[in-house]
Design a protein around this ligand. Structure first.
Ligand code: AMP
Length: 435
């Protein structure tokens, strides 16, 4: 027996179904917004993340899986996907004037050497989007609304958008200086992390979770007093547009987010269930105005994106029973009553599948009773029984497991028969042949 690597987990069986369902829903919404898929390598040169995620971020300082390959190159397993996606956009010269914006979505594993705990893994999956092009506050709004629609589609009802404006470079540099002056006086009494953050990126002190430090943060100068007119105007346009779209928000002047590349708008979506459980942030993102240039792209091209943790979404959805409405049942379970009928059963299964019926075949034997038990366990709608008579007559017995009725049907009429029954039931609209 081999143990799992610490912080990793198997996503199997019904858990994998949940992940696929989440990913497919997210992809579908992204495609409705005209986003295209980007699949970039899991390994990148370490410098890419040092440059983009930032030397002062916890991710780069403490959490990267970095190693030297046999050619002595420093390689890192991606801790997030934005950097790789932007690198690919730049490397593939996709930013020609006529082609922007580039709208990319991605899904795949990320690696962070974090302390494993409930919902925190060392290998986890993210879905996200990046919209890269010229600047407009309405692009930011589009990205935020995509995120909002995605979460709504997954069944999250009461969402709260938490939003802040970190300002452009000028705003942030002015603000950082004022913050440094303020925190310098309090630093002795603050936690070790904040002392580090003071040196590396003073803004990060604002989202310290230590209650004593939060008291000090409460009285700190606020970014809104240091925003340039341009940043302020931009942010107000975003807020006004969100009002018009009916997306409720709360401005949190201490929302910074842990990646150094963000500027101007940053956001998170928080969720409270109908039972009143506050699950906190489901995902986060924001605008970045220097990242593309930092990675070797042209000046004056900016972007906005967000990332959603699939593990996080799956665990909240399970906890809040949001998966209950997903239908993972089978349409047909085919039961050959003798080993010699198995090839015929496979042939029938193939025809059913090609006609849009999710089907499985029993090849394990165990007699009629055992097979029926299995059909019920798989939540199959129909059990299809293939016995001696049926083989002789080229027919099959179709047992409707919800109604406890059964009929013998000629094989070449099987699909028509099932189609008709489905129409009567007005049930499954997912069969391709009905569309
Ligand atoms: P970030 O890339 O840090 O902005 O995180 C985006 C989302 O990824 C978060 O909202 C989490 O849901 C998810 N996430 C980040 N780190 C982890 C982790 N170690 N394990 C599981 N999910 C994570």
């Amino acid at each position: 027996m081999f143990n799992l690597v610490k912080g990793t987990h198997d996503v199997i069986l019904s858990e994998a179904d949940k992940y696929s369902y989440i990913e497919q829903t997210l992809i579908q919404v992204a495609e409705y917004f005209n986003y295209k898929e980007f699949r970039t390598p899991i390994m990148e040169y370490s410098e890419l993340f040092q440059r983009s995620v930032g030397d002062s971020s916890d991710i780069v300082r403490k959490e990267m899986y970095t190693f030297l390959d046999k050619g002595d190159r420093s390689i890192t397993l991606r801790p997030e996907l934005t950097a790789g996606v932007i690198r690919s956009i730049v490397n593939n010269k996709l930013l020609a004037l006529g082609d922007i914006p580039i709208k990319a979505y991605y899904v795949g594993p990320c690696f962070r050497y974090e302390r494993p705990q409930q919902g925190r893994y060392r290998q986890f999956n993210q879905f996200g989007i990046e919209c890269v092009g010229v600047v407009s506050p309405y692009r930011d709004v589009e990205v935020i609304s995509l995120c909002y629609f995605s979460l709504k589609m997954l069944g999250f009802k009461s969402l709260k958008l938490v939003i802040n404006c970190l300002g452009d470079d000028e705003s942030r540099n002015n603000y950082k200086e004022v913050l440094r002056n303020y925190f310098e006086k309090h630093l002795d009494s603050m936690c070790g992390d904040c002392k580090e953050r003071f040196k590396l990126n003073v803004l990060r002190i604002l989202d310290c979770k230590d209650p004593a430090d939060q008291e000090i943060v409460k009285n700190a100068p606020k970014i809104e007093d240091y925003l340039t007119e341009k940043s302020k105007d931009n942010f107000n346009k975003v807020l006004k547009s969100l009002d018009e779209l009916g997306i409720e928000y709360e401005i949190d002047r201490n929302l910074v987010r842990g990646l150094d590349y963000y500027s101007d708008v940053v956001f998170e979506f928080h969720y409270t269930s109908s039972k009143g459980i506050n699950y906190g942030a489901l995902c986060g993102g924001g605008h970045y105005n220097k990242l593309i240039q930092e990675i070797g792209g042209p000046k004056d091209i900016e972007g906005c994106g967000f990332a959603i943790g699939i593990e996080r979404i799956a665990s909240v959805m399970s906890d809040d029973s949001l998966f209950d409405e997903i239908d993972d049942s089978l349409d047909c379970y085919i039961m050959p009553l003798d080993i010699s009928y198995q090839d015929k059963a496979l042939e029938i299964a193939t025809s059913l599948r090609l006609n849009g019926y999710k089907s499985d075949v029993n090849l394990e034997g165990k007699g009629l009773k055992g097979m029926l038990k299995k059909a019920i366990k798989l939540s199959s709608k129909y059990a299809l029984i293939l016995g001696e008579d049926e083989i002789k007559n080229n027919s099959i017995v179709v047992k409707d497991l919800s109604k406890e009725t059964q009929e013998s049907i000629e094989l070449d009429k099987l699909i028509d028969y099932l189609d008709e029954k489905e129409n009567e039931n007005h049930s499954c609209s997912c069969h391709h042949h009905e569309e």
